[in-house]
Design a protein around this ligand. Structure first.
Ligand code: PMP
Length: 407
């Protein structure tokens, strides 16, 4: 199947919004779901529904096998060395909070440093800020270059012998820039710290190899790569996961319980207390299969072309300010901008009337907005199923909306 064939498997892309064909350009918030994902979920509920890891009966084995097969898929997807170094959470947010509440809680002491960057989403900032406050540790911030790229020299200054954790997004959900994870991991490790990576905006757009990057923890959400909401992933290095005490207790995560004490199950079950989102995990498996079948070259070719068209179109529109690097080579498929003198919400509302869905606001990155010196921006973000005709239409309508408000 070609990329266009895959586009046709996303039912929502044939719907209308405000009487106009939907042009969905908010893929950084969440992606749309192909029929394969929708069917995998409904097939599970229709024919295979049972709780996992519990029953000795056939149906339970069927559900468990499907659920566990997705763990293998996820491990292969991010090149994790072993399947048990990957476990399912609810989201990137839950994965990052989990690291703060286990590794962070168990290692950070007063006077230690936690280092983040100026481009973090709140979910890779607030958990570390709160941990630092609880422990009387110091939260330090690596600043950006004027074009939004991370400054490695600044990183080398901020990460010191007192640093215990470096937490960084691999791709900014606002500026679209990617950060030099391997170099940051090296810096962190040289100083005796671990690196925690927020891969929420990366995994749908480029292959990730957690071993090559040498990261200690890697978090992402299924819903940003064509899977369902409610399922996230956390990868951790084996030695780290083995030393961590769980924070959630209950069914599925134990091997033996008495009134006095509990022996925990081995990893990864130890960290998956209670009934998981079985259908969601199975849906995530179908999403990963779609990406694999379509292949990275086709995905990246299309997304690079669309990003170039979007970025250049916006840069050539007078009265528009684009945030982040102006070079496509340095850009993920996310572009933030403002129309001078017009509130971003007005721009997004005007586009919505033409069926074009973009995000306006602070994008859960208020400190970054302060760095940029604005309260909010408009953000357009593409996925492989978007088309050059859609970006053309977006640019035409944006010009009309801009002229309407600037009159
Ligand atoms: N980090 C980044 C960079 C994101 O873009 C997002 C989602 N906007 C998150 C974390 C949080 O993801 P979720 O809401 O799925 O937990």
């Amino acid at each position: 199947m070609t990329r266009t064939d895959y586009r046709r498997t996303f039912p929502i892309l044939t719907t209308k919004v405000n009487g106009e064909p939907l042009i969905y350009l908010d893929n950084a918030a969440t992606t749309q779901k192909p029929q394969a994902v929708i069917e995998a979920i409904s097939h599970y509920y229709a024919y295979d529904n049972a709780n996992v890891h519990r029953g000795v009966y056939t149906l339970a084995a069927r559900a468990t096998n499907q659920y566990e097969a997705v763990r293998d898929q996820v491990a292969a997807f991010i090149q994790a060395p072993r399947r048990d170094t990957v476990f399912f959470t609810r989201s990137t947010t839950e994965s990052l909070n989990w690291v703060a509440q286990t590794y962070g809680e168990q290692t950070i002491q007063a006077g230690d440093e936690i280092v983040v960057t100026a481009l973090e989403h709140h979910s890779n900032l607030v958990p570390w800020q709160q941990l630092a406050l609880r422990k009387r540790a110091q939260l330090k911030v690596i600043q950006l270059r004027p074009n939004g790229e991370l400054d490695l020299a600044a990183a080398a200054e901020q990460i010191t012998a007192k640093t215990k954790i470096v937490a960084v997004a691999q791709t900014s959900n606002v500026l679209g820039v990617t950060t030099p994870i391997r170099e940051l991991a090296q810096l962190a490790h040289q100083r005796g710290a671990v690196i925690v990576v927020d891969g929420a905006q990366t995994v749908a757009h480029q292959p990730v190899n957690v071993q090559e990057l040498d990261v200690d923890f890697y978090a992402f959400s299924g819903h940003k790569l064509y899977g369902p909401t409610g399922v996230g992933v956390l990868y951790g290095k084996l030695a780290l996961l083995q030393q961590l005490t769980p924070v959630q207790f209950g069914g599925e995560m134990i091997s033996n319980v008495t009134f006095e004490r509990t022996e925990f199950a081995p990893i990864p079950q130890r960290f998956e207390a209670g009934t998981p989102d079985i259908s969601g995990v199975i849906g995530l498996g179908a999403a990963l299969k779609t990406i694999q079948q379509l292949g990275w070259p086709a995905i990246q070719r299309q997304e690079n072309q669309l990003t170039a068209q979007l970025l250049n179109g916006l840069l050539n529109l007078p009265g528009v300010t684009v945030y982040g690097p102006e070079s496509v080579a340095k850009h993920g498929p996310v572009v933030a901008f403002n129309v001078n003198g017009v509130h971003p919400h007005d721009i997004a509302t005007g586009l919505d009337l033409a069926g074009i869905e973009v995000r306006a606001g602070h994008h859960c990155a208020q400190p970054l907005m302060q760095t940029l010196g604005v309260a909010a921006t408009v953000r357009a973000s593409v996925a492989f199923y978007n088309t050059t005709a859609e970006i053309d239409r977006f640019l035409v309508v944006l010009r009309e909306v801009k002229e309407f408000f600037q009159q």
